[in-house]
Design a protein around this ligand. Sequence first.
Ligand code: HEM
Length: 215
Amino acid sequence: MDPFSTLIRTASHERHVEAETSPFMTALLGGRLGVDAYARYTEQLWFVYEALESGARDLASDRVAGPFIRPELFRLAALERDLGHLRGPDWRATLTALPATRVYADRVATVARAWPAGYIAHHYTRYLGDLSGGQIIRDKAERTWGFARKGDGVRFYVFEDIANPAAFKREYRALLDGVAVDDLEKQRVVAECRRAFSLNSDVFRALGEEFPLSA
Ligand code: HEM
């Protein structure tokens, strides 16, 4: 059997392409959307990370998920700073989850409570993505909407406490390879990872409907 890090990457590759090439992402990266669409997307991320990171605290001592819980990954504080910049000091008062975001965050919260191995699927899908393609999104956002480089508005994409993302990702893959579950459970985690990607695509679809491009 391939190392688990290879298995999960290969198994989610198709869904990755789908998320990456969604009309909303394509428009965002193509510089064809206003900053309000970027802000709305950032708001959706807040709900997802709120679920991921409030679940993380209880999982820190879990045998299976515990090794993945690394404070240097936490994004909620950075997201809140970005939202303050994007929406103003009252950002919480107007923050709303799209129905697709609610479904995604609820799934993360459920898995965090009841299924530590399944939580890893969501952890991987978000944080390894943020450390990878997230950097492309940051660069584009800085250029398109004029945020200061690695400053307010894009702090979500800046991992201040990870000096070497490539090394971090290598360590992360080693953690995946050593995950303390059997092969059947690994297959279930892979299935949950595919589901995590689809939940992201559903959010993109909803955002695409809210911010249609005029032809
Ligand atoms: C336009 C948007 C995106 C771009 C340009 C992009 C780009 C990339 C690139 C270049 C890598 C490879 C990095 C490497 O090998 O070290 C990567 C990996 C990854 N991306 Fe994305 N991505 C995007 C969206 C997403 C989304 C929406 C998700 C899921 C929410 C995601 C999840 C991941 C994950 C989990 C990996 C790690 C794969 C692995 O090595 O195991 N990406 N992305």
